[in-house]
Design a protein around this ligand. Structure first.
Ligand code: PBG
Length: 331
């Protein structure tokens, strides 16, 4: 008998030959416990969000219901965004104990759902300018250091209401330190910080800004959010947040920045990493699916696995409830 030919012995297709074998050789896993679902909560103007089919603004009662559904499905957490009734120059509404987000957190906690409650900490939905903080007097973007106390105060109010994790998304330098100091000074050393460490100035946020009514009335966010051409700089942002006491890091958006997710995962092994599969990424999938151009479920599962494969522990996604349902059916 002839020597078996090496090229014929190695058959990579063997590992794909049945569903059972494919399942036992999977390198990347995805479970509902990896997913976080964003909730837009408001006291006025509830209902569907045109730019994000399938997503609605809900009132406090609705937020409690969604959080309990998310908990039943086994999701890791919900991430709350508030849409206030009125806006003010300093975003004072964001820092009131009876503002919509702290009220929703209290209601979710009172209902006893077993799920992490995360709150977004940024002023852009609350300021009359739509900017993420106080504007600099010279007109050059947001004044970093005048904004920090507002963010710290907002986080304290969220912590007072029972939030498990606060998530600063304003991209102000030293926001993590400001939040940590503020929380610790109010006996909230147990509350974690999930920092939007690496947040790019991205056109993929368009639908969200509709949803949260947080578009800048003039100018843009390029003086504080990162430039899409840079990845090495992302490592400095991430390191700075670790040094200031962040408990989780985040990269945002996810899909156009999977290389950044991978780099941070490799360099910063010790810290949980989230990636935010943002509104524009969601809206593109929805639009293509509604036009009959793609299979939504298959595409979403492929996207979520790709974000996990790049190295994210957690994925924040508007598809979280659907994906969890699909995962349960598949199991
Ligand atoms: C607030 C914030 C934004 C998003 C999350 N937090 C908008 C922005 O920075 O302009 C975007 C989320 C999404 O697009 O899904 N600063």
């Amino acid at each position: 008998m002839a020597e078996p030919d090496r090229h014929r012995i190695v058959r990579l297709r063997r590992r794909r030959s049945s569903r059972a074998i494919r399942r036992m050789t999977r390198e990347t896993t995805l479970s509902p416990a990896n997913l976080i679902y964003p909730i837009f909560v408001t006291r006025c103007g509830t209902g569907p969000i045109n730019s994000m089919p399938g997503v609605s603004r809900v009132d406090i009662h609705g937020a409690v219901e969604v959080a309990s559904r998310a908990a039943e499905l086994g999701l890791a957490g919900v991430l709350l965004f508030g849409i206030p009734r009125s806006k003010a120059p300093g975003g004072q509404m964001a820092c009131k104990a009876d503002a919509v987000v702290p009220a929703a957190v209290r209601a979710i906690k009172k209902a006893g759902s077993n799920i992490a409650v995360i709150t977004d900490v940024c002023l852009c939905s609350y300021t009359d300018t739509g900017h993420c903080g106080m504007l600099a007097e010279d007109g050059r973007g947001v004044d970093n250091d005048r904004t920090l106390p507002w963010l710290a105060r907002m986080a304290q109010v969220h912590a007072d209401s029972g939030a498990d994790i606060v998530a600063p998304s304003a991209m102000m330098d030293h926001q993590v330190r400001a939040l940590r100091q503020g929380l610790d000074s109010q006996d909230h050393s147990e509350v974690s910080i999930m920092s939007y460490s690496v947040k790019y100035a991205s056109a993929f946020y368009g639908p969200f800004r509709d949803a949260a009514d947080g578009s800048p009335r003039f100018g843009d966010r390029r003086t504080h959010q990162m430039d899409c051409c840079n990845a090495r700089e992302a490592l400095r942002e991430a390191q700075q947040d670790i040094d200031e006491g962040a408990d989780f890091l985040m990269v945002k958006p996810a899909l156009a920045y999977l290389d950044v997710v991978r780099r941070i995962r490799e360099r910063m092994e010790g810290i949980p990493l989230a990636a935010y599969n943002v509104s524009g990424e969601y809206a593109m999938v929805k639009a293509a699916a509604e036009a009959g151009l793609i299979n939504e479920q298959a595409v979403v599962m492929e996207i979520l696995h790709s974000i996990r494969r790049a190295g994210a522990d957690l994925v924040i996604t508007y598809h979280a409830l659907d994906a969890a349902r699909w995962l349960h059916h598949q199991a």
